[in-house]
Design a binder for this molecule. Structure first.
Ligand code: G1P
Length: 294
């Protein structure tokens, strides 16, 4: 089996304004909104770490400095917890803290689109394959989506995009891929289109926000013109890369919650809450009472 260059770094584009969650996002980045008791971004970072990622690269923007603080030591807080002998809480904070030197931050200065945000990470990623995780989406499965993609990458190499099936009438909301021959737990990608006009999608397999990309994407994104929504689209850049490199789709079959939308965010809270032994009994009772109102 050919050895493929290890995927060591993961990019998290966290510059989005979060307008769908105003007024909360006036002061709190949407990635810091909590699902049960952890910020959304922590779920996404945990998924990357579980897949063996060693370095986290955040593409941030103005008013996002609390994300930087979140991944740093909070000295005064730890001191106070120590004085109060709050051992469990101290352990929790220490477990969540990335090792010094394994996190990088860069800023997307203007909101020009996902393709532009990814391009902003080029100097930090360098000449190696990388994972890309869009923090709006959080997943729930026994094996994380990124881990499944790395497993496929270890055999297939090239570029990997995670996909799921959607109702055909919803295809215009996403990036959609064309389906070719079977590869492992997925298939060869034959085409891609960002937010296809109704009735023109090549399949109902939508890009769910997880990617493994080769560094050649950066050169393409440098001159990528604006596409759907007048933004520099990653999908358009990947379509160009598809002319010279292989792309395989990893068919993720777990649960995905789009926390960029209110309904997805609320459902994520419900789903993660009922799987938590410490709060399940109370939550269950509350849910049963609420269901009666439906
Ligand atoms: C982005 C991608 C799109 C993908 C989607 C998943 O779109 O451009 O291809 O399907 O994320 O959430 P956005 O949601 O930023 O419009």
């Amino acid at each position: 089996m050919a050895q493929h260059k290890k995927v060591r770094k993961a990019v998290f584009p966290v510059a989005g304004l979060g307008t769908r969650f105003l007024p909360a996002t006036k002061a709190v980045p949407k990635e810091m909104l909590t699902v049960v008791d952890k910020p959304i971004i922590q779920y996404v970072v945990d998924e990357a770490l579980e897949a063996g990622i060693e370095h986290l690269v955040f593409v941030t923007g103005r008013n996002k400095h609390v994300i930087e603080d979140y991944f740093d030591i909070h000295f005064e807080l730890e001191q106070t917890l120590r004085e109060r002998a709050k051992k469990a809480e101290i352990t929790l904070l220490q477990e969540q803290l990335p090792k010094a030197g394994t996190v990088s931050f860069t800023r997307q200065q203007e909101p020009l689109g996902l393709g532009h945000a990814v391009w902003c990470a080029r100097e930090i990623v360098g000449d190696e394959p990388f994972a890309l995780l869009l923090p709006d989406m959080i997943m729930k499965d026994t094996k994380g989506c990124t881990k499944g993609m790395i497993d496929l990458y270890d055999t297939a190499g090239g570029n990997i995009i995670a996909v799921e099936e959607c109702a055909p009438e919803l295809a215009h909301r996403y990036g959609i891929v064309g389906k070719g021959e079977t590869v492992g737990e997925g298939f060869r990608i034959t085409s891609m289109v960002e937010k296809p006009a109704k009735g023109t999608a090549p399949s109902n397999f939508f890009i769910n926000g997880r990617y493994i990309l080769q560094p050649e994407i950066f050169k393409i994104l440098e001159t990528q013109e604006r596409g759907a929504g007048n933004e520099i689209q990653l999908t358009d850049g990947m379509l160009k890369l598809l002319e010279t490199q292989d792309f395989a789709a990893y068919h993720f079959r777990g649960e995905t919650y789009d926390c960029g939308a209110k309904d997805g965010f609320i459902l994520a809270n419900m789903a993660f809450a009922i799987d938590r032994d410490d709060i399940r009994p109370q939550v269950e009772e509350g849910f049963k009472a609420l269901i009666k109102r439906l």
